[in-house]
Each structure stands twice: as C-alpha cells, then as structure tokens.
Design a binder for this molecule. Structure first.
Ligand code: PEP
Length: 251
C-alpha cells in the first residue's frame, strides 16, 4: 500500500509572517495524521523560516522550482543545493504555470529533474493538458510526451522515489475539477507509461497526485479512485481549515 500524499502549493503567496502562521496551523492540525503524508511548498523566501516551524512536525517541505546548475553567474536562480540547505526535501518541477508563463520545456524539466535527484531532492513532476488539447482528444499523448520528456535523463533508481502530479491545466484555479472518472482514466495511463520507463513493477509504487481545484468537498471522491494516490492543492492550501479538511479526507 502506498502512503497517500496531500501537498499544498502556495504559489506566489504569503510573506514570511503569514507563511509562518499558516505553516504552524497546518503543523498543529496534522499531529494526528497517520498513514498519509502532508507537504507544503511555500515561496523560496519563506522556505528557511517555514522549515524551522516544521522541524518537530510530521509535515514535509518542498520548493516550487529550482535551477539545474550548481552555482555560478545565473542571476535570480536557486540551485538544488540551496533548496536542500533550507531543509526542504522535495521540489515541484514542470508546473503548468511555469510551462505556460516562464517558458519551461521538456528539456528544462528534464534538466531540473536530474538536478533534483543529484542533490537528493525528490521531484514532484507535474503533467497535464490544456482545455484545447483535451477537446482535441490529445490528453493521453500530451501527458505521455511530458512524462517521457521530463524523465528522459532519470536513472532507474529515481523511480523509487518519483512523485507525479496530474494537473489538467483547465482545472487549475478555475473551480473546474476533473471528475473522478476523468482523473482515474489519465492516472491509469500515466502508470502505464511509467511501467515502460521504470524497472518491472516499480510503477506500482509511484505516487500519482491529482491537482486542479481540489477542495474539501471533492477530495473524498477523488481519493476513492484506485490510481489517485494523493493531491496537489493550490488555492485551498492557503486556508489552514480547508487544507486540513483535505488532509483528513474520508475521516
Ligand atoms: C496547482 O496550482 O497546483 C493547483 C492545483 O491549483 P488549484 O488547486 O488552485 O487549482
């Protein structure tokens, strides 16, 4: 049995004081969590402060992106080692906002995945189709291309820890959620693609999170899908009460 992961992506929200308060509320509300993992991804500037808040908690910490070079003349970039240095153990890579707004490509995603592993960070690799691609029945092709592209440099052992997030772009921040049937269908396909990349059977233990307007009122039905192993939550992770309800799904 895989341990479900409930992850909050705070995006470009919260200055330090707000981040500390939100992280504390989530840590306090997660003390009773068993059999599932909780993770939050604040902005870079809040990672160190939030790391201190989470030190004695069972909440994991992630960055929202990284740059693949170790150091050097790359103004404004943050390396994997810098992220590790804050205490974070995970990093989100290839979020659709980065692909759409900041020119992320299969090439840059693959470089970032490789850099994450090299530094001992666990990547949460995001894939997902736009509304136009879904309407053109290209969902499976798009997701497969993003997986193969992002993982083309990944060594066999990387698949032991890899986390994938299926985030249909049309569902992110829109209030539209994939139905459990739609999510299950794509998650099943993702696992089939992973089976062709990872060593035999390893794909069965790769967590595939669903993301896209996950809320307290839809988490239970999404988590009932056999191939949905957790959630990557944007907007609803910014309110401790909502996120904690998501963390405590089906209870
Ligand atoms: C996200 O950005 O990862 C996300 C899923 O956002 P939201 O939950 O707000 O749709």
């Amino acid at each position: 049995m895989m341990t479900p992961l409930l992850a909050g992506n705070w995006k470009m929200n919260c200055v330090r004081g707000e981040a500390i308060a939100l992280a504390q509320a989530i840590a306090d509300g997660s003390t009773d969590v068993v059999g599932r993992e909780v993770l939050i991804a604040p902005s870079f500037t809040c990672l160190a402060a939030v790391s201190e808040v989470l030190a004695d908690s069972n909440v994991l910490l992630a960055a929202q992106d990284l740059y693949w070079e170790d150091s050097g003349a790359f103004t404004g970039q943050i390396s994997a080692a810098m992220i590790r240095d804050t205490g974070a153990g995970h990093v989100i890579i290839g979020h659709s906002e980065r692909r759409a707004l900041f020119g992320e490509t299969e090439y840059t995603v693959a470089k970032k995945v490789q850099a994450a592993y090299a530094a001992g960070l666990t990547p949460i690799l995001c894939v997902g189709e736009t509304r136009e691609q879904r309407e053109a029945e290209k969902t499976m092709d798009v997701v497969e291309r993003q997986l193969r592209g992002g993982l083309c440099e990944a060594a066999a052992e990387c698949f032991d820890t890899l986390i994938v997030a299926y985030e249909p772009v049309w569902a992110i921040g829109t209030g539209l959620t994939a139905t459990p049937e739609q999510a299950e269908h794509v998650h099943g396909h993702i696992r089939t693609v992973l089976a062709t990349l990872a060593d035999h059977g390893v794909e069965e233990n790769i967590r595939i999170l669903y993301g896209g307007s996950v809320k307290p009122d839809n988490i239970d039905s999404l988590m009932a899908c056999p191939n949905v192993d957790g959630a990557l939550v944007g907007g609803a992770s910014l309110k401790a009460e909502d996120f904690l309800r998501i963390v405590h799904y089906q209870e």
